[in-house]
Design a protein around this ligand. Structure first.
Ligand SMILES: [Zn+2]
Length: 149
């Protein structure tokens, strides 16, 4: 388990300033993690202009393989109705992510349940987006790390 978590969200974080932000939420008790993206929509998207959706990484490409599942704004994150009716996990993920973003280390998910949230950064060798907890901590992706051995 990594020990130097850098929590970069909190009360001063402006959620609407995120245009195409990537971040990873890790449960430090289980080691499980998920990567999310917030995307602000433009005129040519099928979503309302300037609306923001919350998306879950569901495939191998960590900058493209995302499932949109919720709208997000200052007040909260709201899973799409069809998904919410299918499975309560979608709204649970919304509540988790929104709480961690806006409350940071004061979030009950952080203090009671051991969740941490980290901004993705880029690999210092190749510049690709890093999303796994280990890569974010070390600043280098698995392929570049292997090549440096
Ligand atoms: Zn790299």
């Amino acid at each position: 388990m990594t020990t130097h978590h850098t929590d970069t969200f909190g009360p001063d974080f402006d959620i609407e300033a995120v245009h195409n932000g990537y971040f990873t939420v890790e449960n430090t008790n289980t080691g499980e993690w998920r990567t999310f993206r917030i995307r602000k929509h433009g005129e040519n998207d099928r979503f309302p202009t300037n609306s923001q959706t919350l998306q879950l990484l569901v495939g191998p490409e960590n900058t493209t393989c995302y499932k949109k599942f919720a709208f997000i704004n200052r007040r909260g994150a709201y899973s799409f109705k069809g998904l919410r009716l299918q499975d309560p996990k979608w709204q649970a993920m919304c509540d988790l992510v929104h709480s961690l973003i806006t409350e940071g280390i004061n979030s009950r998910y952080y203090t009671k349940l051991g969740y941490v949230i980290r901004h993705s950064n880029r690999c210092f060798v190749c510049g690709r987006t890093l999303t796994t907890p280990e890569s974010i901590d070390t600043g280098i992706g698995p392929v570049c790390a292997e090549n440096m051995r």
